[in-house]
Design a protein around this ligand. Structure first.
Ligand SMILES: Cc1cc2nc3c(=O)[nH]c(=O)nc-3n(C[C@H](O)[C@H](O)[C@H](O)COP(=O)(O)OP(=O)(O)OC[C@H]3O[C@@H](n4cnc5c(N)ncnc54)[C@H](O)[C@@H]3O)c2cc1C
Length: 476
């Protein structure tokens, strides 16, 4: 492709070889694994320094060209698709772990640091952080944390964004600003007690600037692990009676498990690599499988924690709840980052994976799972539901996953409809859509406080008057 004026300006900032307008390169950034409509960027640019990002943002502002930050593009919400064209800014080469502070227990990472990379480094030092459970180790850590992602230690530490201690941000006008305690102190230890401006990046899907460094809490890594598993033996039409939801709340309130997660029967079969269509569920199998994973620093601690959970399960069974223990030997062996993704993406062949996740009160999972089953049944898809309760609140992630065949128009159309129906189910259950694509934001804002959306727009307008940062996201 011929180099135009903008191409040459971009090249003058990031150097030869770091800009492309070749169609085959642009196509790689035009879509993700979901059914969100593809859209080509005009340029792909790879940045390697903060100064380059500042210069790129200033150029984008002057020329009024959209700029979309991306690392692994694995968010499953279509969030790096450049819906209005412009520059896809690939940050994967900014991959320095800037600091690991073992006196105050935090790490500072650049945007391209992957979950596998940080986990490997922390492991060597006897530390860990909460990592997203499903994606490959090549997914970026920073994008998932600023999206309010969920990790494998959420039962103990909460949502990943709660672990953020500070950030460095290139604002849409190219200015560099620090957010959190690091704005004042040389330590990146916490967001308080000054005004907490980290809210300007969390959940904004890259629409308020480009985060160039992120501080996060790190924690000593315990050496002992165990898990208990239980099945919920109910029916497809009534998968999680309220009594069983209340039982989950008891498990969460015990505050012993590092992770409390559940899977629908179909999800477990897909996890084993079974292809569509699944055989009918054997009568002796549960509708839902749950597991509570526990870690400890000593064997004694592990034994006590396990006993506490076993007692709750035993009481539940003794009181007549439809529960029974299940084997979780396999789960105990699973190491992070996991290697699940390929198995579940290819359930119907063709490798597509769409997703609508949410944060929903556990008590409303009773109606939520039932209705999600109905949606999957209506379109002839395997009910693939994942659930996780996180610390500090009796709500959690209720997610619907849709593996589909990218080569099959009928599959694509059905998944788009499922996604829209799932959004309604979640909102009816009092939930909020996580990593919401624009159509889901539209539904949320429609049902919500109009002044919330007004304020969102005002903040966006103030920070980004030329609307260059990932335009179209969040309906902004
Ligand atoms: C099979 C599968 C399972 C998954 N399981 C989980 C899970 O358990 N928990 C979880 O939380 N996530 C999960 N994810 C989602 C995703 O993999 C993670 O959230 C991951 O951390 C995102 O990283 P990424 O590099 O792919 O981000 P990208 O998709 O590249 O970016 C995500 C968003 O962040 C913005 N962004 C990127 N970099 C910056 C920056 N420097 N500044 C500002 N904005 C930026 C982008 O514009 C986009 O809006 C899963 C994904 C898959 C495919």
């Amino acid at each position: 492709m011929p180099k135009d004026r903008i191409y040459s300006l971009l090249e003058s900032i990031v150097g030869t070889g770091n800009v492309s307008n070749e169609p085959y390169t642009l196509e790689c950034y035009a879509c993700d694994s979901t059914t969100n409509l593809p859209s080509l960027p005009n340029y792909v640019v790879i940045a390697t320094t903060v100064e380059q990002i500042q210069a790129l943002v200033r150029l984008a502002n002057k020329e009024k060209i959209p700029i979309v930050p991306a690392v692994g593009m694995s968010n499953t919400g279509g969030l790096t698709i450049p819906v209005e064209g412009g520059i896809s800014l690939d940050l994967h080469k900014m991959d320095k772990i800037v600091e690991i502070n073992e006196d105050i227990d935090y790490a500072i990472v650049e945007p391209g640091v992957t979950i596998g990379q940080l986990d490997t480094e922390l492991k060597k030092r006897g530390y860990w952080v909460s990592l997203p459970v499903g994606p490959p180790g090549s997914a970026g850590l920073l994008p998932g944390y600023i999206l309010h992602g969920y990790g494998h230690l959420g039962g103990k530490f909460g949502i990943n964004s709660e672990q953020i201690t500070g950030a460095e941000l290139v604002l849409p006008d190219g200015e560099l600003v620090r957010l959190g305690g690091c704005a004042i102190s040389s330590y990146w230890f916490h967001r308080t007690p000054i005004p907490d401006l980290l809210g300007l990046i969390l959940g904004w899907q890259g629409t308020t600037g480009i985060v160039t460094k992120l501080g996060i809490n790190i924690y000593p890594r315990p050496g002992f692990k165990d898990a208990i598993g239980w099945g919920v033996f109910t029916s497809h039409n009534e998968p999680l009676p309220e009594t069983c939801a209340r039982f989950l709340i008891k498990i969460a309130r015990a505050e012993v498990a590092h992770d409390i997660s559940g899977h629908s029967w179909g999800a477990v079969q897909i996890g084993k690599g079974l292809k569509y269509p699944l055989p009918p569920k054997p009568k002796e199998d549960p509708e839902l499988y749950f597991a509570a994973t526990i870690y400890a620093f000593t064997e004694e601690e592990l034994t006590v924690k396990k006993k506490i959970l076993e007692n709750i399960v035993k009481k539940g069974i003794d009181s007549g709840l439809p529960l029974a223990y299940t084997d979780v030997t396999g789960r105990i062996k699973v190491e992070m980052p996991t290697k699940y993704a390929l198995k579940y993406s290819d359930h119907r062949g063709g490798g597509g994976l769409d997703y609508i996740g949410s944060i929903t009160p556990v008590i409303n999972w009773t109606q939520g799972i039932k209705r999600l089953n109905e949606v999957f049944d209506k379109y002839g898809f395997t009910p693939y539901i994942r659930l996780s309760i996180y610390r500090g609140t009796l709500q959690g992630m209720m997610r619907a996953l849709m593996p589909y065949n990218r080569g099959d128009e009928k599959d694509i159309e059905a998944v788009r409809k499922i996604a829209r129906d799932v959004v309604q189910v979640i909102l009816d259950c009092g939930g909020l859509i996580y990593k919401a694509p624009s159509f889901a934001c539209e539904e949320m804002w429609k049902r919500g406080d109009p002044n919330f959306f007004k304020l969102l727009k005002e903040i966006k307008q103030t920070l980004d008057p030329n609307r260059i940062m990932n335009p179209g996201r969040l309906c902004l």
